[in-house]
Structure formats: structure tokens, C-alpha cells
Design a protein around this ligand. Structure first.
Ligand SMILES: [Zn+2]
Length: 436
């Protein structure tokens, strides 16, 4: 027996993938069939990813942009499944007894107003402002109106972190977590959590789309993903962008009045963002084992049992430093993680549970993770991998807890550059705005 829920909800299928029974059933409940490609200005475009089909010297043209989701040929037909679904009515959707700060409450009011006006909205909130809690009331409104919402991030880790938090406060609502690495098969849910990549598979599907960490890789500058976001939203729907470091293009659209905005300069606990201490190292970090200036600092942290994060620009540098660390401090417990690490989530959990004193990482942990009572150290802060945005996000890992709001952040660099200067300036600027 087929489970029709594995197909419904504005999802795009190549009809060659569907067997006749499913196809008939889907059409009976309002799903529509379209040509897989369309012509515009004499160019051929793919209906699924909206990108142009480059002309290949073969008979049957196909889309190479979204081929990892299955091949689409120019003569294929696509089925877009129905979104005409009634969700069960509940007396109460949101089970949360936390308190919002007055700033967060203002943000919520502005967000709900944007939802009512079907107006795209940007929440520019400093790291640790409590963005996630602010979207709870929005989700509740959407559910009460019998609508459907997707919360998406370019980063898998962010989705995985978010899932239990949403599940906990909306325990009776259907919720799915879908991304390239998950084993969970797609099925229709009223709340969907997914990577932005998954949106390529949808058209006209969601009443509200929340895009978390909108400035982060791989969404930044990726045209296909930006098109996918707009396509996945229903025509009558709205998009909410969340960011601590919003991209210029989005702020320009705010200036043009195309998007409304909420600015949150204050962290949820009311304390300012930790401002980085800057240290000029002159020489490389591995000078005589560990650079003596840095070593004095590490000695102190280790002696005081202070937990710390070390950020590196590249994996080989991190691996090499890990060896030095092991040699100089044989009793220090630590883990190292990177984008290439299959045990990343487990290792992060080890650090969170205080099983190890330190974590060595690349920019992979620059955002979306929260630890308490930690010192944050960036090494080789002048490296090109540490953009202004990355440095602000990394600094934002510190001071997250109410009882550890004054965690320290340190930038170690061989020479001072624009990125470091701009990051420090912006953190200071945000703190000044918060005081006003
Ligand atoms: Zn395509």
C-alpha cells in the first residue's frame, strides 16, 4: 500500500519516478502535471531548479544543476503534488513557559504584523539574542490558522540543533527533519525543518518560510538556492530571514522598503557582547612548539580548568597544532572537529557535556552552537577564512549563559587587517546601540 503522505505538500516529482497507481491517486487529490522545462527569451530553463539548461551537443537536453536530485530531461513531465491539506485542529499548539524579554516581545509583534501583511521580514539579532524563541509565537499563529511552515538553514548542524527544541514546544504537531544526511524519508508535516537545499524539491508549498543564518555558506551567493526559497513559498506566503550578520543585498532590500526589519541589539540576558582582546603574535603559532605568548595564555586556562574553544583557519593547521598540544600538555583532554569529520556531532556533544576541556575547530562551529562558560580563542585571525562575519559569529559563541555573560574572546594574529578591525568595530557598535 502506498502512503500518499510521502508525496503530498507541493513536492516536485519527475513522473517517470512514479508508478501509475500513485500518479492517479495524486492527480485525484489535486496534484498537477507540468512540462519539466520552459522557454524564456529563447533559452531553456528547468522547472525544478529554475536554472538554465546549457545547450549540450546531444539530442536530449537535461538539467545538470539539479541532477543530484535525479535527472530531468527536456521532454520529461513533472508532477507537483497538492498542498490542499487539512491539518488536525488542536486546542493548544505551543507548550512553552519561558519568558520573552521586552525586546524580544517587540520583535514578535513586528514579526506577527509582517505575517498578517504577508510581508517578507528580516530579524537582525545579535548572537545570543534568542531568535529561536522569537519565532515560537509566529509558528503558533501559523498553526492556529491551519497553515504550514518550513524552517530552513543552509547548515545541517543548525537544523539538527533546532529539531529537539521545536519538537519539545510543539509536541502534538507533525514535524519532519529532512536533509541530505538523514535517513528520514520525506512525508507531509505541518512544520518542516530542513536544509535550504531541500527546497529545490518544492513549489508553491509553504505559507511561511523561515530562513535561519541567511548569510552563511552555501546560501550566500548561490543563485539556485535563492530561487528555490522564493519558489517553495506560496504566492500568498511570506519569508522570514534571521541573521546576526545580514548580507548587504538583504539590507538593500530593507532600504528599498521591500522587506520590513526588526533590530535586536541586546542579548536575552541583557549583557553586552564580549568584545575581543586583540594580540599581535608576530610569529607563527607553532614557534618553538607553541608560540610563547600564546603558551602563557594556554598555561593559565589549563591550570584554572577553564574550558576553551580554539578556532583555526584550516584543517591541516589544526591537526598539526593538536599534536603540539598533546605533547606540551599530555594531561589536557580535547577533541578536534571539522567539516570532514564524520564524528563531528558526537565530539561536539562530548565538549558540551564537559567530558573534555577543549575543542579545536575550524569555521564549521562559527555559528549555530551554544556552550556555556568557555573562553573563545581565534588563531591566525588574519587568515582569509576569517571574514568579518565569521569573526563576529565566532566571538558570539562566548558569553551565552546568564551566569557566564563575561566569557572572554581573544583574537591572535600575525598582522592586523581590515577584517579584524571591522569585526571589532561592529561588535562595539552593536553594544553601543544596545545601550541607547
Ligand atoms: Zn534543474
Amino acid at each position: 500500500m502506498t502512503n500518499i503522505n510521502e508525496y503530498l505538500g507541493g513536492r516536485i516529482f519527475n513522473i517517470t519516478e512514479l508508478d501509475t497507481m500513485v500518479l492517479n491517486e495524486l492527480q485525484n487529490c489535486g496534484s498537477k502535471i507540468f512540462e519539466a522545462t520552459f522557454k524564456k527569451n529563447d533559452k531553456l530553463f528547468c522547472r525544478r531548479c529554475l536554472m538554465e539548461l546549457p545547450k549540450l551537443p546531444i539530442k536530449l537536453q537535461y538539467c545538470r544543476q539539479c541532477i543530484n536530485l535525479g535527472k530531468i530531461q527536456s521532454t520529461d513531465k513533472l508532477l507537483i503534488s497538492s498542498t490542499n491539506v487539512k491539518y488536525p485542529i488542536q486546542n493548544n499548539y505551543l507548550y512553552w513557559n519561558g519568558q520573552l524579554t521586552s525586546n524580544q516581545k517587540r520583535g514578535v509583534r513586528e514579526l506577527i504584523k509582517a505575517f498578517e501583511n504577508k510581508q517578507d521580514h528580516l530579524i537582525w539579532a545579535v548572537t545570543g539574542a534568542g531568535k529561536t524563541e522569537m519565532i515560537f509565537p509566529l509558528i503558533e499563529q501559523v498553526l492556529q490558522k491551519g497553515r504550514r511552515i518550513a524552517i530552513c538553514s543552509p547548515r545541517v548542524d543548525v537544523c539538527i540543533e533546532l529539531f529537539p527544541r521545536i519538537q519539545k514546544v510543539f509536541p502534538n504537531t507533525t514535524l519532519g527533519l529532512f536533509h541530505g544526511k538523514s535517513d528520514e524519508k520525506y512525508h507531509l508535516t505541518q512544520i518542516m525543518l530542513s536544509t535550504v537545499h531541500q527546497l529545490v524539491r518544492f513549489e508553491d508549498a509553504f505559507d511561511v518560510l523561515v530562513i535561519d543564518e541567511v548569510d552563511s555558506y552555501p546560501l550566500a551567493g548561490n543563485r539556485m538556492l535563492h530561487k528555490a526559497i522564493k519558489k517553495a513559498k506560496k504566492k500568498s506566503g511570506m519569508i522570514v530571514y534571521l541573521s546576526a550578520t545580514p548580507p548587504k543585498e538583504l539590507l538593500m532590500r530593507v532600504n528599498k522598503g521591500q522587506i520590513s526589519i526588526t533590530r535586536l541589539y541586546q542579548r536575552f540576558h541583557g549583557h553586552p557582547l564580549p568584545e575581543p582582546y586583540c594580540h599581535l603574535l608576530f610569529r607563527k603559532i607553532e614557534l618553538w612548539g607553541i608560540n610563547p605568548i600564546l603558551k602563557i595564555h594556554l598555561d593559565k586556562l589549563i591550570k584554572n580548568n577553564q574550558r576553551f574553544m580554539l578556532f583555526f583557519p584550516q584543517i591541516p593547521m589544526m591537526k598539526s597544532f593538536a599534536k603540539k598540544l598533546k605533547k606540551v600538555y599530555p594531561s589536557l583532554t580535547f577533541v578536534d572537529v571539522s567539516s570532514k569529520d564524520e564524528l563531528r556531532l558526537e565530539k561536539v556533544q562530548q565538549f558540551r557535556e564537559k567530558n573534555v576541556q577543549a575543542i579545536l575547530t575550524t569555521t564549521i562551529l562559527e555559528r549555530g552552537v551554544t556552550f556555556k562558560k568557555i573562553t573563545v580563542i581565534v588563531l591566525e585571525a588574519q587568515a582569509k577564512e576569517f571574514s568579518k562575519t565569521a569573526l563576529i559569529q565566532i566571538a558570539g559563541r562566548a558569553g551565552r549563559g546568564k551566569d557566564s555573560f563575561d566569557d572572554e574572546v581573544h583574537f591572535y594574529y600575525r598582522y592586523y587587517n581590515q577584517q579584524i578591525r571591522k569585526a571589532c568595530w561592529e561588535i562595539n557598535y552593536l553594544n553601543r546601540q544596545a545601550k541607547r
